[in-house]
Design a binder for this molecule. Sequence first.
Ligand SMILES: Cc1cc2nc3c(=O)[nH]c(=O)nc-3n(C[C@H](O)[C@H](O)[C@H](O)COP(=O)(O)OP(=O)(O)OC[C@H]3O[C@@H](n4cnc5c(N)ncnc54)[C@H](O)[C@@H]3O)c2cc1C
Length: 510
Amino acid sequence: MRKGLSKIPAGFICIFISLFCMSAFAKDRVYQADVVVVGAGGSGLAASVSAAEHGAKVITLEKREIAGGTTSFAEGLFAIGTDETRVASVDISVDDAFDHSMEFNHWRANAPLVRKFIQESPNTINWLHGFGLTFEPWNMAPTEPRVWHVVGHYKNMEHGAAYVQAMLDKCEELGVKIMYETPATELIIEKGVIKGVIAQDSRGNKVIVNAKAVVLATGGFSENNEIIAKYTRYEPGSVFPTVPLGKTGEGFKMALQAGAVLDDAGMLLMMHPGSYGPGFKPFGDLDTMTTQPLLWVNKYGERIIDDKMIGSLMVSANAIYRQDGHYVWSIWDEDTINYYKTKGLDTGLGVIVKAGTKISNTVKEIEDCIKAGSKNVAMADSLEELAKQMEMDPKSLKATVDRYNKMKADNEDVDFGTPARLMKYIKKSKFYAVKVFPSSFISLGGPQINTKMQVMTKNNKPVQGLYSVGCDAGGVHSDTYTLWTSGAGFSFAATSGRIAGADAADFAKK
Ligand SMILES: Cc1cc2nc3c(=O)[nH]c(=O)nc-3n(C[C@H](O)[C@H](O)[C@H](O)COP(=O)(O)OP(=O)(O)OC[C@H]3O[C@@H](n4cnc5c(N)ncnc54)[C@H](O)[C@@H]3O)c2cc1C
């Protein structure tokens, strides 16, 4: 036997022993709960806390080794009628916000759900005050109202990370069991009745959580190219995720497993202009240039947008997406470099990089990208050379720039109506450019839900005990989200989680 084994390569023996150990020790782990929440991000943590507050025994499954998901990167929540908006003299009624949202969505959104979300938004902020969170109302773009409640400091954190920490503290206090590195894969459904969830832990063990109610809160499908190809209008791979976190649509698939119908508002990506590639620094000075009101041209050297719309990130990203190749170039000159050095940015990146911030590293960051071999930046002494680097017809680019400069000099943009004071001449060498792509914050859309956040099936019937929240739910947004209700993603995650958690706890008690 010894002899025999010695002839087998050592690596093979190791693999054999590991497989033997895994199968010998891998066994089903079975848990009981009233409510199982799938995903410990913004909506899942809200659902967990809310269900536990309503007396449920809660188990929360999280795919990653840490909680928070996308919500850790968010900054603020939409709300009207709060103490914060009152002090900031923002007086917007539920009817105003509802009308705006529904018109923006061409009435393709789920009207009762949208209205419920808006009505409940101040209650969510009050609920979060109870966990020690504070808020300051901001506007994400200069043209929009101050309804974006940016999360203040909690412990040593701020923004979404502060929210996540406060919710984790509350989960601990209320006895919510969070199981990390335990992605859920399917629902347990017996004769049409929800019985729990199946997951897998990091050792390969099957995890079975038996529960009467399940809340799906996995953060959407923005990183699943199969779902994007099958259900959306985007070419898979043409939109890169802002922060890749493994949002691969398990919540969506589980809702379908239970017979969910898709909400007619559509399956979408909420995008913003961004750049990437070798040497590129996220949230660096060059990154901020992708959202400034500057000349944007497509691959043919044609101007494509009113510059003042560029700061409305979600809509300007749509304008990029519709271009051949799904990209544009943002172009500027040496004077603009000096303008942003001395006067500061026209548009911020949320409150992470505020409007007015003076930036001085743009050229260095372009040089770093070039050194790293990036083709997504260009820098040249002449427009002709710049066009060559961008693989664009130099004559076409020159004609566009000449026309742009003339309209600036004439004080009237007859092509797109950009206020001339915003336009910046492109005259003084050096000339610079960065390639701007659509990047996805999150996915929008999914199963139809009702105002309790229950998943709906054919014939207007809810699946008893099954809820979809945050980015796992459809119906709130159609096309993209409106900055007029800045913070609607984060706010819907918290609000839908809060409502679903309470209802799930009540349902489980029956
Ligand atoms: C950079 C950035 C900034 C943003 N800023 C704002 C903002 O200021 N205001 C705003 O309104 N919106 C903002 N958004 C959007 C906002 O973050 C989201 O709308 C919201 O946080 C989504 O919450 P969620 O609970 O649906 O998803 P997430 O918070 O992403 O949570 C999903 C969780 O589920 C886990 N998970 C995934 N699959 C499984 C599985 N199979 N089993 C178990 N767990 C799983 C994930 O790991 C994650 O923890 C921003 C997004 C980005 C990327």
